[in-house]
Write a protein that binds this ligand. Sequence first.
Ligand code: AMP
Ligand code: MG
Length: 304
Amino acid sequence: MIIEKNEAKKILLRGGNLIIPTETVYGLAASINFPEAIEKIYQLKNRPRENPLIVHSATISQVLEFVQNVPKTFFLLAEKFWPGPLTMILEAKGDLNSQITAGLKTVAVRIPNHKETKELLEEAGPVVAPSANLSGKPSSTKISHIEKDFGKEFPILKGEEPTCGVESTIIGWIEQKWVLLRYGFIPKDAIELILGEPIDHSNLQICPGTKFRHYSPDAKIYIQNEMKSKVDAIIGYENRDYETNQKFYSLGRDDEPEKIAHKLFAVFRKIDEDSLEKVWIDINLPREGLYLTLIERILKASSS
Ligand code: AMP
Ligand code: MG
């Protein structure tokens, strides 16, 4: 159910939950000041307790209220990428609610680039907002995805639907250096360009969330070439020729990674809607930039 900002603000400030659109994917939000509302997020998503939440704020001064000992480069990155799809993991202030951090000493923060959601956060204060999907399923990038997972009555803030289609990139300030913790919409090399040095990506497991099954449709997803002829449908690129008669789901052209990102989860959800059991997906993509994120999401979806 689509609601206006004033209604959304009331829900947050009386300790309720609602769904907010962001530029990446939809988020299931609770005000950081209401422990029961935060608890409800874990229940609604069936999210493992040891998987911490990202705090979404409207301004840097809001962010600075719950982090400490931030490096100078935090401000450089914030200026370049915020508002936008970059999440930074920083040392948390001691009094921050451990439901948010899952007991870690760090907290994940970001300023989303979405008009209505930013306005809401300016007025109602920061929220925690994991992706609005049942744990393990592909993130929601359309209203119909939310309705499927949480029902038609669940309140959703009015605003533009996500444009990126994949989640934020997560980097962490760990032992005095930046490390990549989750591939996301902002390519690693764009961050390295700002920092002027390479960032390590050998520690993706520091993000508790990377341990869990993720982004997976109910259909079994195959990437091996020998499976191509043994499946019900193919997910691929419209400018490639697959020489098969199977049902075809297009991710757009192979040279437009941003458009592929925008479509990927919607196609995963569509194949479940169409009750397919086995699907082959073309993962033959360049190993660079945003393609690395797409490859990671596809591998996660296919490895269950
Ligand atoms: P989601 O919002 O559902 O897309 O997931 C947020 C991701 O951020 C998960 O993979 C979490 O494990 C990760 N995360 C959140 N807080 C922290 C933290 N303090 N340290 C490491 N990873 C975090
Ligand atoms: Mg998620």
